[in-house]
Structures are given as structure tokens and as C-alpha cells.
Design a protein around this ligand. Structure first.
Ligand SMILES: Cc1cc2nc3c(=O)[nH]c(=O)nc-3n(C[C@H](O)[C@H](O)[C@H](O)COP(=O)(O)OP(=O)(O)OC[C@H]3O[C@@H](n4cnc5c(N)ncnc54)[C@H](O)[C@@H]3O)c2cc1C
Length: 336
């Protein structure tokens, strides 16, 4: 483990924007982490997984730590469940494929999400009707200033829609080291969301399995979302906004085609992509910063855009949605 100075982060974020870290190191054990924090504990610290939910708008004046703790281990099983403990630096999709290949159910709808296991509880990653909170058991995290390991249960994490205590009251205080998931031996298929059923029909799948659902989701995602290896992006730049039933009906009276889904709490979650599209942003490009032409929720870097240019575009989009619909969009990507 070597601490580098003035280190380029361009290949460490999927937007592919240039930014420099004052100090940079990767660690693959708690001992290495302790060592580097002992030497560089005075400034600020940023933990990096796959950099797929981050936008650097300036250089980072502190220590950037790349988590490379790996390993996927079954630690326990009972009649209904398999308990799998996974290193935070493990690639998320590799973990998903490990589960699919071993018939551990519960993560199939979360196939092909970029990034690392350690970031999955950060924003309670979710897709196609599933969230990690549904399979989360516990995690171990290192308290940066107190230099001790703390265990978090499901309740401790306070998961919400793309949210957890690690984005809120414990922001920047903990480094997630391992996550333990509780997978199901008996699958409960969820194909009600998006185009899953259509994709399964297209492929002539008559008998459902976690393998066929995972493959359907991989196909849908590959055809719909821009590949960060080709066009820089971090997936959805904004969250889908939540409004009350009353607010939604008022908006619907003026905009009959507006898209919203009723939630369990009685509120309505609106499709941010639709709102953005109605404001004319879909396919918009200024320099190398743009709003994707197939997915209005995804901001992109066509080449040499700076983080600031992309973030400025995001702010303009927010402003115009607010002016046209009176709805406040919240950024999902972590702006650093
Ligand atoms: C094409 C594309 C599609 C996507 N689709 C989805 C989707 O369907 N659903 C979804 O939820 N997200 C999606 N994302 C966003 C992203 O992939 C996820 O949020 C992912 O979990 C981020 O993982 P990461 O390792 O890249 O995190 P990073 O971007 O490296 O970090 C994200 C945040 O987590 C913190 N962090 C990372 N690791 C740790 C750790 N070990 N301990 C403490 N803090 C940590 C970082 O400091 C940062 O604040 C998509 C992104 C892309 C590019």
C-alpha cells in the first residue's frame, strides 16, 4: 500500500471527469486502513468504490481511499435462508452472479448495477421493484475518528428511497468494510416492474427462474442505459420526486399525461424523467455535457466535460422543472 500525491481520479469515476486527490491510497485489509489513517488522519477522507455514483466538481483536498477488501463467503444457513458475508470492495455484479450461480434468490432484480458492495447500503440501491434493504442483514463499518469497528443491523441503517444513515446523520463518519446479506432458498419472483415480462416473453421463457429474470434484466439494462465505458455517466442523476395525492391530482389536471405511481405511504412517486423531458432537456447537449437522448434522467459526459459543467446543467434542469411544475428535484449522485 502506497500513498500517492496529487493523483488523477479520472479513471476512478464513471463520469470520467478529471479531478485530483491531494492524497490517494487503496487498502485491502483493516490493518492497511488503520495504517494509512494513522498517518493521514488530520484532513478529510473520501471512500471510493467503483465511482459510479459520484461527480467530482473540484479537486479533492484530502485523502481518497479506494476500498479493495474482497471475498464472498457463506457464513450460515437455515431452512429458508443463506447468509453471505461480502467484502465491501467486491464488485456488486460479481456478487449478484455468485448468488445467481448458486441459486441464492433475492438479488436477481438488482443485476448489472455498477459499483461495489460497500456502496450498496449507502443509498439502498434499487431497481426493478427491489432494494437491498429487502435482503440486508447487517454490516461492519470502521468509525474513522474513533478508529473502531461498529456493527449495524437493518434498523440501525434507517433505509429509505436511495437513502440511509450513511448519507444522512453519519455522512463521512464510517467506512463500510463488509456487508452480510440474507438470501432466500425459495425464490419469490418479482416480474411486475418495467419491461421484465415483455423481455421474458420475447425470449420465450415459460418457466421462471432467478437465472432467467437476471438475464432479462441484464438485457433490458444493456439496451436502455448508456454504458459508462462508452459515454461517461452515473446512472440516474436525480431521484424520482414524491408528492402528496392532492398535489399529484392538481398537477394531473393541468398535465393529463403526467406519470406517477402510488406508494404504500399514500404519496405518489413521479417519474422525474417525464418532468425533465417536458422541459425540453432530453437530448440537450452543451459542449460535452448533456442530458441523454434515450434516458432524460441520466446526465452524460460526451468526452471532456468538467464535473462543474455537468453539475451546472443539473442545476438548470432542476430550476426549469421547479418553474414549470413547482416540483423540487433532488440530486441522487454524490457531488464532491
Ligand atoms: C449506468 C448506471 C446505472 C445505474 N443504475 C443504478 C440502479 O439501477 N440503481 C441504483 O441504486 N443505482 C444505480 N446506479 C448508481 C450506482 O451504480 C450505485 O449507487 C452504486 O451502488 C455505487 O457504487 P460505487 O461503488 O460505484 O460507489 P461510489 O460512486 O464509489 O461511491 C458512492 C458513495 O458511497 C460512498 N462509499 C462507497 N463505498 C463506501 C464504503 N465502503 N464505505 C462508506 N462509504 C462508501 C462514497 O464515498 C460515495 O459517497 C447506476 C450507475 C450507473 C453508472
Amino acid at each position: 500500500m502506497q500513498v500517492q500525491q496529487n493523483y488523477s481520479l479520472k479513471t476512478y469515476n464513471t463520469f470520467g471527469v478529471e479531478a485530483y486527490a491531494k492524497y490517494f491510497a487503496s487498502f485491502s485489509s483493516i490493518d492497511e486502513l488503520n495504517l494509512v489513517l494513522t498517518d493521514y488522519s488530520s484532513g478529510s477522507t473520501l471512500i471510493l468504490g467503483g465511482g459510479s455514483n459520484i461527480l467530482f466538481i473540484k479537486n479533492y483536498d484530502g485523502l481518497v481511499l479506494k476500498n479493495e477488501i474482497t471475498g464472498i463467503h457463506t457464513i450460515h444457513e437455515d431452512e429458508d435462508h443463506i447468509y453471505v458475508k461480502t467484502g465491501a470492495g467486491e464488485n456488486w455484479h460479481r456478487f449478484v452472479m455468485h448468488c445467481i450461480n448458486n441459486n441464492f434468490a433475492g438479488v436477481e432484480n438488482l443485476s448489472l448495477i455498477p459499483g461495489c458492495v460497500g456502496a450498496s447500503p449507502m443509498q439502498n440501491i434499487g431497481a426493478y421493484g427491489a432494494e437491498i434493504k429487502d435482503i440486508f442483514l447487517s454490516l461492519e463499518a470502521f468509525h474513522v475518528s474513533e478508529k473502531k469497528i461498529v456493527n449495524f443491523s437493518l434498523n440501525d441503517c434507517d433505509f429509505g428511497y436511495r437513502d440511509s444513515v450513511f448519507k444522512g446523520k453519519y455522512k463521512d463518519q464510517f467506512i463500510i468494510l463488509t456487508v452480510t446479506y440474507r438470501l432466500n432458498k425459495k425464490p419469490q419472483f418479482n416480474i411486475s416492474y418495467g419491461a421484465i415480462k415483455e423481455e421474458l416473453d420475447k425470449r420465450g421463457v415459460n418457466e421462471l427462474s432467478i437465472q432467467s429474470i437476471s438475464q432479462a434484466i441484464i438485457n433490458i439494462r444493456s439496451s436502455k442505459l448508456p454504458d459508462p465505458n462508452v459515454i461517461g455517466n452515473a446512472g440516474s442523476f436525480f431521484k424520482n420526486p414524491e408528492v402528496t395525492q392532492h398535489e399529484f391530482h392538481q398537477l394531473k389536471r393541468i398535465n393529463p399525461n403526467i406519470i406517477g405511481y402510488e406508494m404504500q405511504n399514500g404519496n405518489v412517486k413521479m417519474a422525474a424523467a417525464w418532468l425533465i423531458e417536458q422541459c425540453g432537456w432530453k437530448g440537450f447537449r452543451r459542449g460535452d455535457a448533456g442530458c441523454h437522448n434515450k434516458q432524460a434522467l441520466v446526465l452524460v459526459n460526451y468526452g471532456t466535460a468538467s464535473g462543474k459543467e455537468i453539475n451546472d446543467l443539473g442545476e438548470e434542469i432542476k430550476q426549469s422543472v421547479k418553474e414549470k411544475f413547482g416540483v423540487e428535484l433532488e440530486t441522487e449522485v454524490n457531488i464532491i
